[in-house]
Design a protein around this ligand. Sequence first.
Ligand SMILES: [Cu+2]
Length: 97
Amino acid sequence: MLAPPPPVWGADWVNPGAPPAAGIEEEEDRMTTLKVDGMTCQHCVMAVKKALESVEGVSGAEVDLATGSAEVQGQADIQALLAAVREEGYEAAPRAA
Ligand SMILES: [Cu+2]
C-alpha cells in the first residue's frame, strides 16, 4: 500500500497563520547612512539629528560625532536628507552602511 504524498508547498499554497504583510515591514525600516562633515560638538549633533528627523518619512536618526556619520531610519528620500543637513550648515554625503 502506498503512503500518501507529502504536502507540497507551492506558490498557490497560502498559510493561514502567516502575516499577510510579511516582507513589507522590512522595507519600511530601511536604514540610510550619511557622512556628515563640520560637526564639532554635541550641539551640532543635536542640530543634525533634529534636521534629519524633521524630514518626511524619517522614523528616527542617530548621529555620531566621533565618526562623522548619521544613521537614518525610515523611507525618506536621500536627497531630502542631504538637503536638510546642508540647510543646517553642515556638509553631507551618502555613505555605504
Ligand atoms: Cu557644535
